[in-house]
Design a protein around this ligand. Structure first.
Ligand SMILES: [Zn+2]
Length: 260
């Protein structure tokens, strides 16, 4: 079975859904939407896998977020138990986030870089793509990835909620990485130029649920079914047929996560 839409980054493992979680998963199934539920620490990574085991259209991504859990290190032995599961399709979310820190805090930047490198080595070892989170740190992130990519050509990944510039986008694409876009593209024009320029094999759709709802759901809790609005908007910005774009977005997700 192949889905109609693929939300490649959601947090159905977060407490925001409470007892409405099954309702939201039912709605996904009705809409033909699949999603990859992303962990931000060991606990939410395990919860992502529990959901993936229960539902055909849910996959899991396991890792430690650069700033959401500043106390947590990457416990490789624990994550090794998770990554062996066939429904774990990526490693993350991991990366660098300088947006919420003091720009002169070199120690914090080093901590994030070391944590990110642990994820890169883990992804190489287990041949999984990275699910990358980055804010205000794309240049440092690109430097690190280029270094590891040189020795490990099979290292791949997706930059989630991409908000960098065209030049940075091109560097990720040159390494074979994909870029995914979320709800804000439905109400802000900041992303249009990059979305129009990305080759059709390098673009993905996501929601980052429960955050960042697209129009017409703005201000409400986001959910994977709303990826339909993101996919429509990507087609519109690129001046493509909605049906064509829909298929491209699904195929790119299946390819990234090696789902056959
Ligand atoms: Zn996320």
């Amino acid at each position: 079975m192949i889905p109609e839409f693929f939300d490649i980054h959601s947090h159905l493992n977060f407490p925001d859904y409470g007892d409405e979680l099954l309702l939201i998963i039912n709605r996904m199934e009705k809409n033909g939407v699949w999603t990859t539920v992303v962990g931000t620490d060991l606990k939410t990574s395990k919860e992502a896998l529990v959901l993936a085991e229960k539902h055909e259209g849910i996959f899991a991504c396991v890792g430690v977020h650069p700033v959401d859990e500043p106390q947590q290190n990457f416990d490789e032995l624990e994550f090794e138990k998770l990554v062996a599961h066939p429904k774990v399709v990526a490693v993350g979310e991991c990366g660098l986030d300088y947006f919420r820190i003091d720009q002169n805090d070199i120690e914090e930047k080093e901590r994030q870089k070391n944590l990110f490198i642990k994820h890169i080595l883990f992804a190489i070892k287990h041949d999984k793509p990275l699910m990358i989170h980055s804010r205000s740190a794309y240049d440092d992130l690109i430097d690190i990835l280029q270094f590891y990519k040189k020795e490990n050509s099979h290292l791949l990944g997706n930059v989630h909620f991409f908000s960098g510039n065209l030049e940075q986008a091109k560097k990720f694409i040159a390494m074979g990485f994909t870029l995914s876009f979320a709800g804000p593209i439905t109400f802000a024009h900041d992303y249009d130029e990059v979305i129009r320029s990305v080759p059709e094999t390098s673009i993905l759709s996501e929601t980052d649920s429960p955050f960042a709802s697209p129009v017409p759901h703005r201000g409400r809790r986001n959910e994977p079914s709303f990826v339909i609005e993101v996919a429509k908007k990507i087609a519109q910005i690129r001046g493509e047929d909605e049906e064509k774009t829909r298929k491209i977005l699904v195929n790119n997700a299946l390819k990234l996560f090696k789902i056959h």
